[in-house]
Ligand binder design. Sequence first.
Ligand code: AR6
Length: 168
Amino acid sequence: MMQITAVQGDITQQHVDAVVNAASNAMRGGGGVDGAIHGAGGPAILEDCVARFPDGLATGDAGWTTAGALPAQWVIHVVGPNRTAGQTDRGLLLSCYRRAFEVADELGARTVAFPLVSAGIYGWPKDDAIACALEVLRSARTSVEEARLVAFDAATYERIEELLRQVS
Ligand code: AR6
């Protein structure tokens, strides 16, 4: 039975097998979690993105690279729907989490840290972003033993804890 945990902090500092990146289709870096991961992990991540994903990644999909200098071993990049740009398909957001578990299982990752995909620059409403994450985490059929939701700020962390405690 997979354990779902929540922490407040910086996703780049998580001691887990794999951290999930909220990437863009191009997979060439950006702001938010993406900027933090490339910044802390160093240039090896971008080099691996270019080598392994010359055409980038489709929205809703996931793919892995090295984690460079991060404590984690792998980065699992996902591309959430950009609501600010009019992408409102919730299925694409659920798909990010589902695909991330598939990739984690391919890698043999047992502990995986997730950010709230699409909830920042891509403008997905926070509560529904949390609901999407929990929906997939609660129903995941995977060999992952711990899925850790990482909130950057205290208010988001409290809200995750609140929704986690609610029986679904
Ligand atoms: N650790 C944990 N959570 C964080 C961190 C961090 N270091 N930094 C931000 N968050 P975002 P998106 C939270 O914008 O909405 C990039 O330019 C943040 O508060 O990182 O999917 C990419 O290249 C929010 O709750 O991802 C894409 O173009 C959540 O993580 C685009 O942004 C996700 O915010 C992706 O935007």
